[in-house]
Structures are given as structure tokens and as C-alpha cells.
Design a protein around this ligand. Structure first.
Ligand SMILES: Nc1ncnc2c1ncn2[C@@H]1O[C@H](COP(=O)(O)OP(=O)(O)O)[C@@H](O)[C@H]1O
Ligand SMILES: [Mg+2]
Length: 944
């Protein structure tokens, strides 16, 4: 443990909230009361914050951390501060947690294991400083000169950083009443990096009136009937709240309008919304009042007393405050089994506390639920009782059927996620100043609910939101579960992933990316994504007229279509890059034709990427398999996934190949893409015929751009692999798997092999998916593909997985879009991170948010229905309403007859795969995509 002298003295005046509740008020704590630090042990005698030797509380905070670590059975923090850590650069991740040492401890521990050293706890304002931001004028960068950083396995170290390290993500305890809240909020104000929360946002979340309005108006959740009085001047609310259950009255003179108040109170108490209730509560609301519990309760009939209580409260009304009169919503009472003993039963109330985070793709995700039970006379306080689970609480409440409890849990999840979505949307409309900085957003949110009975049905009533209390309750529930052998919950993992992900997004901002090959319309998403991530794209592209030219930082037209000369092209590209004075941080390609060139350029620039030799092996299909066949180490060896195949350069090769490859076989282009020119052949004769046609029709790139003809039109003959077809999209860093997603393909249309349908997540059970992922990873590694995002196509037959081909680039067509939609992470961002040399943080336990099923549309089959029949317009309109996902592969019909490529992928989502398939089929039938020649029902029937 560090000596006191190591913890520098407080240098900043600690701003305190304007109004601290009096001890009497605290004692009288009612519904929202929080006992600060209730998670901690009693402080040892004499060693309390405010002790003269510890003016900023850092020593005390450090001791609280030690005690919390000790309780977890973890080693104490190692004091390494004497030897400063140096060398933190622009690619090092720093997630900084300001303030309380305990609220985020499980998140710090989890983050420390996921990204050792990246999570840093700052316990004192003197450990950090603010400097004007270089990247965002007017904003500040937060620099850490000291902190407790977390490593694998719960090890932590007190470290000093010389020069100070820059935070990529900042969050902390910003609650107005928190002892650390003041300085933490001050340090986090107006930063240039993503900031999870701020003082103004925390105050908003603690303002009952504002949040109740958002919950009721935007999330359409039931809230307790509420009558609110505010000052006329109050600007953060609309003039009229047109929300069921919430009425707003603006007062010019809070002291002189007693008759108006009496009138409003009378109308409210006698109104229909109040009919089911008998008790009301009067309380001042606004962030200053939160946690004070100041309130009075009355019976509904006592109108005069209620009005008097309201008027009394109005006397001190300030602009940020309000006075609320609301119904006391009793917890639903269900018929309980007859008592086993004659002892009286106490009436009790249930409060449901939920914690959410802004997850991948900014989607609200419920992380945990914890319930509290208390006496019914006054609302249940946070922190007054030990938390318990939702399921057992509902059971105790008399919800007997497990299916009913499950249904309630699902409803609760939907309600919480709607609540967060509404709050985030409202937040997004605030000015940077109102948010406490351009980059400040709520990333962690607590929402409390009651289980009420409305019209004889159970109803979840949203009570309030908070910035910290639900987190503390849920963290406690997690810790308690472990004591009885419950497996660790998702909470720390989800929060740590959300924070690390945001930090990584900040890391890529402003980075110079040399991109080789722009790709076609199917890659149009790249340009918008690059802008959103703040990437500076320097694009090398063969088409000098490419539409992306105006969308990038630097456009470097260079014709590399003759790929047999990639070595030479690489030299020219390097010269171009040098002559423009560019110094890219990363170089990559997602375009099949350009992967070898990109690897050569990477090598030339000394940047992270796969070796050109590895990419060449992967790019050439027969070489991939022949190479794997020689890889005989491992259990099973990579050779187990390879398939017999032979190269065909002329008709003379056909007989020899036919001797080595059994029929039926597949004849296809060595460097092909998009399934063009792939054909099932039954014998050598058919192989000759197919080769003759192909060599006649497809000679160079101009004959069919984008399918690898720049490497020539050599072919291969490959054993036909039976089984179901799958794509595995992998993210590999330094040979280590960091993410994998398996999708399924429907039947292909033989004798050509055009893809017809696909679904995500895969229908396969986890163990079969695991086989595919492992096979894909071993094949990549055996080929030397150790860094990047790869798309591996395999079939899964009775004998296990067999490789079709490795695409040493991000998955094409709809894959990036679908994976983002279903699982959250972005393959493009992952590819950029790997290329920068940063291992991407991806969900450790990917959980699908929906199911997608899609079909491919062909120009030849669907051109008429889509263009002439108005089908495309209808699809666009449905897309606008979120009812269909479209991924355009080509602007117009690509290739014809035998060489046709799909035009468009049309997909529907659903809570289950069956639902997605039914919706898709209905759509295809209505739009004429389904036909006897294109039997969509048959294609989808494979997804069972
Ligand atoms: N050996 C094989 N056995 C069975 N089907 C194959 C075989 N090779 C290719 N296919 C089918 O042809 C499709 C396209 O082949 P692939 O090698 O992936 O070429 P491309 O690079 O054009 O995508 C595959 O998705 C698969 O359906
Ligand atoms: Mg393929």
C-alpha cells in the first residue's frame, strides 16, 4: 500500500452541489434515498474522508479499493509508482474511470482481463489534468499522470505515467451527491473523447419530471399519474406535455397562485387517471432533491391537505425544480396460497431495478435485473434491502406458471430497452452544452419499475431513471450470487465491452488508412462508415472515374488490374504514397482482386498485415488446398479439411486431373469470385466442355470485372463436397481468434452454383458451429493468415467440415451488414483495428438480437418484377419502414446467362428464424420474387 505522501494533495477546489440535504431530511429518507457508500464496510476509527492528512479523499478511496479487492479474494494493489511507465502512444487504449473505487470494480476487473492495462481508475483530481484538445478545438483532452491500472486475473497496480497518458474513454461517478461526483464531473467536462455521462446528463437522469415525461411520451411506458408544477420560465420541457398520466402546470408566481393550484389538484385527484388509486404523494423533484426522500403522503380524499402540501412545497421552488403530486401505485396483489401459519402477513411492495448499457451499434441492452422487497406503506428504497432475482420474486408474488414469469421477464426487457432508446434519443437532441460536452452520452442507465395491477392485468410501471444506484444494486447482486456458487453474470462483461469498444472507436479517429481498391456499389457503406469513424481514407483505385473519388481524403488513381504484375504495382503504389507525403497508419483491402497488392504494400510500408505469400496461397484456390494437404501437424491436421483438387491450365490437364479427382467434381476458376464460372461436372467430357466455354468467354478483366481475371483464367477441378454450406467470418489477431460468426447458405442452383438464400445466426447447434470455426481458423493459420478479417467458406458433411475456399478479406455481399445487425460488431472496424495493430474488442459471448433470412435476386429471374413491376420501389419503401434489409450488389444486371451474379439480397428479420422465413416468403410471393423457377420456399426450407 502506498504511503500517504504518494497520493498527492487536492489541488482543485471541490465544487459541491448547491443544496446538500439536511441531516433531518436524510434521516427521513423516503423512496429514492441512497446511503452513499452503502456497499462499503464501516470506515475504521479515525480514518475517514476529510481526515486532515487526506484532503482529497484519495487515501481513503485507495483503502476502500483495497478492502473491496480483499473481499473479492484478490491481491492488494501493487505500488509501482516509483518507476514511471513510459511510452504510451496514440495506439494505446486508456479507459479512465473517475471517482468511486467500488462502483465500477467488477468492470475494471473484467476489462483488465480483456485488455490488460487499458482500464485505469483515477481516485484523485490531482492524478489527471485537462489540456486543450489538438483534434477538437474548444474541447479538452484528459491526461492521466497516475492511476490504478488493472491486469489479468484481478491484479492491479498503482502507476505513474510519464509522459501522462491520454484517455480514450472516460466515465465515472457523476451523481450530484456523490463525494467524488464533483471533481469527477469537472474533469470529464467537454472532453474530446467519448465520455459516458456527465454532470448535466446525470442531473437529467435524476430529474423525475424530465425522465417521466420522456418515458411516457417517447417510450410509451405507463408511469404513475403525475401532476407537476414548474416555474413559467423552465426551458427544458415543452410548453404542454401531451402525455397520458403526466400533466404540467406552469406558474408565473409560485406563491401567489394558490387558487390555480387548488383547482389543478382537485381536477387531478378527481380525474379518471387517479380512479384506481387511493394514496398520493407530494414531493419536490429535480436533481437536487433526488436521494433526499423528501415527501409527504396523503389519502386521495384529503384534497385540501394535498393542495396545502403542494403550496407549501411551491414556496421554495427554483427554476430547475418542480413539485410533483403523484399517485402511490401499489404493487400488484396476487392471490397467494393459504397461509401455512396463522401469523399475520405484512403487506409488502416490490421494486424492480434494471441496469442497461449502450451496447454495440448504440443499441440499448438490458444487462441485469435485481428486485427489492420492502414494507408497502412507503416505497421501497434502493439500498435498503438486499437485492433478489426477478424470477424468485415473481414466484414469491404468486406468479406460479414459469411461462408467465418468462413472459414478464421478456416484457421487462422490452420496456427497459424502449426506455433507454427514448432517453438516448431525447439526449441526442440536446446541445453539447446541455450534455456537458459534444462527446458526452449516457452509456449506463438504471431504470426502476413497479409491478402494478391495471385492469386486472399485471403491468410494469416505470418509476424513475438513475445514473448510479441501479449499478450499485446490480453489482451487489452479482457479488452475492458468487457467494452461493452462481455463475458470473453478464453485467461486468457487457459494461467492459461497451467501454472498451468506445475507446477503440476513439483510437481509430483521425487515423490515415491506405485503402487498396474501392470496390463496387456493394461496398457503398464503406464511405459513410469511414466518415462516422473519422477515418482518413487514402484510396488507391484502378478506375479513375470511381464514384468514391470525391468521398475520400486522397484519391490515388492507379491501374492495377493486371494482377500478375502486383509486385511491380506495389512499387508504384509505394512511390505514389511517398510522393504525396502520406504516412498511413494502416493499409488494407476488402476487395478480392486487391488483397495480394494490399499485402505487398503493407509489407513495403512495414505495417501490420498478412504476408504476401500467405495471401497468395489463400487467393489461389488449388494452392490453398494443396498447401493444406501438406499441413499434417495438429489434431486434426489442417489437411483433414482440404479436398483433392488439380489445376487446369489447358485441355491437356483435364485427363490427369480426372485421374486424381473423383467425379462428380466441380470445375471453377482458380482466382474466381462471386461464384462465376463454377460448374458441377459428371465426367471428363463435361469438364472439357465447360473449360472450353469458359476459356472462350472469360479471358481478361474486361470480360467480367471483379472476378479475378486479372490473374488469368486458369481453372481447377475439385472434388464435389456434400453437406450444408456455411460462411465463417473470422477476426484474427496475431494468430489468435478474436471473433467468429457462422452463417448458413441455402441450396445452390446446380449445375452452376449461384447462392439462393442465407440465414444468420446459423441453424447449427453450437458444437457443429464450433467445428466450422475451428476448421476455418486452422486453415487460415496453416496458410499463414495471422492478422486480419477473413471469410472462409466451408461445407459441413457427415465427415465434418471441409474447406471450399478462403477469402483473405472481410466477408462480402450482405455479411458485414447482417453481422452488425444481428450481433452488433462491425467487421470493417475490426479490419481497421487489426490493420492498425490493435486487437479488436468483440463480444466474448455473442448473443443474436434477431434472426435474419434473405434471398438473392437475379437480374434474369427478377429484373422484370423488380424494375418494371415496381418491386424495387416497394422494397425501398419497406426498407424505409424497417421491414426489410436490402443489400445491393450491383447497380445493373451483372454478367449474363451462365456467368450471372446476383443483383440484390432481400432479407427479413424476426424474433425467431421461422418468423423471419415466413415474413420473407410472404414478401417474395407478393413481389413476384418467388416463382416456380425460383422456389423461395424450397430455398428457405433448408433453414430448420
Ligand atoms: N468442391 C466443391 N464442392 C461443392 N460445391 C462447391 C465446390 N466448390 C465450389 N462449390 C460451390 O460453388 C460456390 C462458389 O465456389 P467458390 O469456390 O466459393 O468460388 P467463388 O470464389 O467464386 O465464390 C460455393 O459457394 C459452393 O456452393
Ligand atoms: Mg465463394
Amino acid at each position: 500500500m502506498p504511503a500517504r505522501s504518494l497520493l498527492p494533495q487536492l489541488s482543485m477546489a471541490q465544487p459541491s452541489p448547491e443544496r446538500v440535504p439536511s441531516p433531518a431530511e436524510q434521516e427521513w429518507a423516503g423512496p429514492e434515498a441512497l446511503c452513499p457508500g452503502w456497499l462499503e464496510d464501516e470506515a475504521p476509527d479515525g480514518d475517514v474522508p476529510g481526515d486532515s492528512g487526506d484532503p482529497d479523499g484519495a487515501t481513503h478511496a485507495f483503502e476502500r479499493l483495497q478492502s473491496a479487492l480483499c473481499q473479492e479474494g484478490l491481491p492488494p494493489t501493487l505500488d509501482c509508482s516509483a518507476e514511471p511507465r513510459t511510452g504510451f502512444g496514440p495506439l494505446d487504449m486508456t479507459v479512465c474511470i473517475l471517482g468511486s473505487p467500488t462502483a465500477f470494480l467488477p468492470v475494471l476487473l473484467e476489462g483488465g482481463t480483456r485488455c490488460p492495462g487499458a482500464m485505469v481508475l483515477c481516485l484523485s483530481p490531482t492524478w489527471a489534468s485537462r489540456v486543450p484538445s489538438e483534434s477538437c478545438p474548444g474541447a479538452w483532452s484528459l491526461l492521466l499522470s497516475q492511476g490504478v491500472s488493472f491486469k489479468v486475473g484481478g491484479h492491479s497496480a498503482l502507476e505513474t505515467f510519464v509522459p501522462p497518458r491520454r484517455a480514450n474513454y472516460v466515465t465515472g461517478t457523476f451523481a450530484p451527491w456523490d463525494p467524488e461526483g464533483g471533481w469527477a464531473a469537472e474533469l470529464a467536462r467537454d472532453l474530446d473523447c467519448p465520455t459516458g455521462g456527465s454532470a448535466p446528463l446525470a442531473r437529467r437522469l435524476e430529474d423525475l419530471l424530465v425522465t417521466r415525461w420522456v418515458l411516457a411520451a417517447r417510450a410509451k411506458l405507463p408511469v404513475p399519474p403525475t401532476l407537476a408544477f414548474v416555474l413559467e420560465a423552465r426551458g427544458d420541457l415543452p410548453a404542454e406535455l401531451e402525455v397520458p398520466g403526466v400533466r404540467l402546470v406552469r406558474l408565473q408566481d409560485p406563491q401567489g397562485q394558490d387558487s390555480l393550484v387548488r383547482e389543478e389538484v382537485g381536477a387531478f385527484l378527481g380525474g379518471t387517471a387517479m380512479e384506481p388509486y387511493s394514496q398520493v404523494m407530494v414531493r419536490p423533484a429535480g436533481w437536487r432533491w433526488r436521494g433526499t426522500g423528501t415527501h409527504s403522503t396523503h389519502r386521495k380524499e384529503e384534497g385540501a391537505a394535498v393542495a396545502q402540501a403542494v403550496c407549501a412545497r411551491l414556496r421554495g421552488l427554483m427554476e430547475e425544480d418542480s413539485v410533483l403530486l403523484e399517485a402511490m401505485v401499489p404493487t400488484a396483489r396476487l392471490p397467494l396460497p393459504p397461509p401455512r401459519s396463522p401469523a399475520p402477513r405484512l403487506p409488502v411492495a416490490l421494486r424492480i431495478c434494471t441496469l442497461l448499457c449502450r451496447s454495440w451499434g448504440d443499441r440499448p441492452q438490458l444487462c441485469q435485473v435485481a428486485c427489492a422487497v420492502g414494507r408497502a406503506e412507503s416505497p421501497v428504497r434502493h439500498g435498503a434491502a438486499l437485492p433478489q432475482g426477478l424470477d424468485s420474486s415473481l414466484q414469491q408474488w404468486g406468479v406460479v406458471a414459469p411461462s408467465q414469469r418468462q413472459a414478464l421477464a421478456t416484457r421487462l426487457r422490452k420496456a427497459t430497452e424502449a426506455a433507454m432508446a427514448a432517453l438516448l434519443a431525447a439526449e441526442a437532441e440536446l446541445s453539447p452544452q446541455q450534455r456537458g460536452g459534444t462527446r458526452a452520452r449516457t452509456d449506463i442507465l438504471g431504470v426502476d419499475f413497479l409491478l402494478a395491477c391495471v385492469d386486472d392485468a399485471l403491468e410494469l410501471v416505470a418509476l424513475a431513471t438513475n445514473s448510479q444506484r441501479c449499478l450499485e444494486t446490480c453489482v451487489l447482486a452479482e457479488a452475492m450470487g458468487r457467494a452461493v456458487g452462481e455463475p458470473a453474470g453478464d453485467l461486468p462483461r457487457l459494461l467492459a465491452e461497451a467501454m472498451l469498444h468506445r475507446a477503440q472507436c476513439h483510437l481509430v479517429e483521425g487515423k490515415d488508412i491506405l485503402l487498396i481498391g474501392a470496390g463496387g456499389v456493394s461496398k457503398s457503406f464503406v464511405w459513410e462508415a469511414a466518415r462516422e469513424y473519422g477515418l482518413k481514407i487514402h484510396l488507391v483505385e484502378s478506375d479513375p472515374e470511381h464514384f468514391a473519388a470525391g468521398l475520400v481524403q486522397t484519391f490515388l488513381p492507379y491501374d492495377s488490374r493486371e494482377h500478375r504484375r502486383d509486385e511491380e504495382h506495389a512499387e508504384r503504389v509505394l512511390e505514389l504514397v511517398r510522393s504525396r507525403g502520406l504516412r498511413p497508419h494502416a493499409c488494407l483491402s476488402y476487395w478480392d482482386d486487391c488483397v495480394v497488392l494490399a499485402a505487398l504494400v503493407c509489407q513495403g510500408l512495414g505495417l501490420r498485415g498478412c504476408s504476401p505469400a500467405a495471401v497468395r496461397v489463400a487467393k489461389q484456390k488449388s494452392r490453398t488446398h494443396q498447401h493444406l494437404q501438406r499441413c499434417r501437424r495438429g489434431r486434426p491436421p489442417p489437411a483433414a479439411f482440404a479436398v483433392p483438387c488439380r489445376r487446369l491450365q489447358s485441355h491437356g490437364d483435364v485427363e490427369r486431373a480426372a485421374g486424381a479427382v473423383p467425379f462428380p467434381a466441380v470445375a471453377k476458376l482458380e482466382f474466381g469470385a462471386g461464384g462465376v464460372g463454377v460448374r458441377l461436372v459428371e465426367d471428363a467430357g463435361q469438364c472439357h466442355a465447360h473449360a472450353a466455354r469458359l476459356w472462350r468467354d472469360l479471358r481478361d478483366d474486361a470480360d467480367h470485372p471483379g472476378i479475378g481475371l486479372g490473374w488469368g483464367n486458369a481453372m481447377l477441378l475439385m472434388e464435389y463436397v456434400p453437406g450444408t454450406e456455411h460462411d465463417v467470418d473470422l477476426v484474427v489477431f496475431d494468430g489468435r481468434l478474436v471473433g467468429a460468426w457462422v452463417s448458413d447458405n441455402g441450396p445452390t442452383r446446380v449445375p452452376a452454383f449461384l447462392e439462393t438464400a442465407a440465414c444468420l445466426p446459423s441453424c447449427l447447434p453450437a458444437d457443429r458451429q464450433a467445428q466450422l470455426v475451428r476448421a476455418a481458423l486452422q486453415c487460415c493459420r496453416a496458410c499463414g493468415l495471422r492478422d486480419g478479417v477473413f471469410n472462409v467458406e466451408l461445407k459441413l458433411g457427415p465427415g465434418g467440415p471441409r474447406l471450399l475456399e478462403i477469402n483473405p478479406r472481410m466477408g462480402g455481399f450482405y455479411l458485414r451488414d447482417w453481422i452488425r445487425e444481428v450481433y452488433g460488431p462491425d467487421l470493417l472496424l475490426a479490419a481497421v483495428l487489426v490493420a492498425l495493430g490493435v486487437p479488436p474488442v468483440l463480444p466474448a459471448r455473442p448473443a443474436p438480437r434477431a434472426h435474419l433470412a434473405g434471398v438473392m435476386c437475379l437480374g434474369s429471374e427478377h429484373g422484370a418484377a423488380l424494375a418494371g413491376g415496381g418491386g424495387m420501389e416497394a422494397l425501398r419503401e419497406l426498407q424505409g419502414r424497417g421491414l426489410v434489409r436490402l443489400n445491393r450488389l450491383f447497380e445493373e444486371v451483372a454478367g449474363d446467362g451462365e456467368y450471372e451474379e446476383p443483383l440484390l439480397s432481400v432479407a427479413c428479420d424476426g424474433a425467431t428464424r421461422a418468423e423471419a422465413c415466413v415474413r420473407l416468403l410472404g414478401l417474395c410471393q407478393a413481389l413476384g420474387i418467388d416463382s416456380p423457377r425460383y422456389p423461395v420456399e424450397h430455398f428457405l426450407s433448408h433453414f430448420k
